[in-house]
Design a protein around this ligand. Sequence first.
Ligand SMILES: C[S@@+](CC[C@H](N)C(=O)[O-])C[C@H]1O[C@@H](n2cnc3c(N)ncnc32)[C@H](O)[C@@H]1O
Length: 473
Amino acid sequence: MSEDLSFSIPYTNLYFASLAPPVLRFIPLLHRFQAGPAAGSDRFTYAEFGCGQGLSLLVMAAANPNATFYGIDFSPGHIARARRMADEAGLGNVVLLERAFEDMQPDDLPPLDFAVMHGVYSWIGPETRAALVGVLDRHVKPGGIVHVSYNTLTTWTNLLPIQKLLSEYAAQASGTPEERANKALDFLETLLASNAGHFREAKALAGWLKHTRSGDIRYVLHEYFVRHWEPTPHSTVAAHMEGAKLSFVGTCDVIDSIDRYVMAPEVAKIVAEIPAGPIRETASDLVRNNSFRRDVYVRGPVPMTAAEHQAQMAGTRFALVRRRDQCKLTLKFPVGQVELNAQAFDPLLDHLVQGPATVADLARTVGEKLDAGMIRRIVTLHAAGYIFPCPTADADPAPSERFNRVLGREIAAGHGHAVLASPVLGGGVRLPAPRIAALAGAAPPPAAGTPERAGFEGDREAMARLGVATRAA
Ligand SMILES: C[S@@+](CC[C@H](N)C(=O)[O-])C[C@H]1O[C@@H](n2cnc3c(N)ncnc32)[C@H](O)[C@@H]1O
């Protein structure tokens, strides 16, 4: 039997923007459902199941100091690491529980406004999934928002027998978990080189193996050398979520809401004829070759009237998270390369350089109505990763500053963190570690008059806009 080689090896510690509360609140709103805490409320409860070493959770705790964050993971090393960072930053609003989902007790958690699991659901077995759904059923509040990401069955089917073989080979090999995983991958290379049987047709497999071997072994161990590796179609996950009275409302990949950027018109026509629901979602993954989903569910989504939708959209604030010069209008969306119309998009980006703005402000700026076309433009810029929904008011910046100092010290010590907490965003802003080090004054700024210096100044401006203190002169 295969074993879980990943258990003793810490996972990668990355920030995932789609887990931020304002991003999660936006998905039901986009699809015209009331959900989550009341607009403007910053005193919510949030739990991450399988939080790993907790970087995402801690960034959000720092950026939402009035909310309470719970991180649950059965790995003591993961919880200890998260606890140390939280303590160093003096974050008093984080509770970290070393617990298996199967062992959770009713008084471990309060009623939850948000529950998220990223990189967890298709890597656990049926009993653990059932336990997790039970915990969601017990704790998610009516109207609570749940994020679940997972590998769909699409594109992974060829890999199903390979993953089993790799796991079983590694289980009987000797050495550290990394050595055993590498022996299994060597064995697969030999089989692939035989060019026989299954491997004769396996061009994509060769690409996958090369990519996998060039990646972080900690990621590879947690991704493939786990006891359960169960890519699952949307319709199955949606059926499981019904066990916690959760209804699917949309995905964090907001571009999914704009057909023309997702699939060819003739394909969109076929998909549109399938009634909205799990079968349409699964078929849509198949026609798009979509291998990974970031679904948002709500416990009791209440449809909005047109007036409610208009009013809530109008009051939603967005912030520019990139340097303006990096917001190119040639984008790669699932349908292929897309060229956005500069006349329609540049004025919105130019306005957001001055600071966060509501959707109503943005519509006013360009002298247009807040209609479906305006919402599509905003969604497009969000899908591009240029703008993010943010809370209606900025949070106290002190916890973010303390947490960012801890990140700076860790980066100086060799950790590759690529995020800073932003009290404006209610989440994190991603930036490569060397640029964070330069902003923290840990490295001298680039020479005046060089493109690097212009980039550095651009980063400073962007951080100031997001309420992130920087120390470089
Ligand atoms: C692939 S990692 C994802 C970590 C983090 N969410 C991320 O995306 O970076 C899966 C995490 O779930 C935790 N986990 C797996 N099964 C669990 C269980 N039954 N109970 C509690 N935690 C579990 C693992 O320890 C690991 O930290």
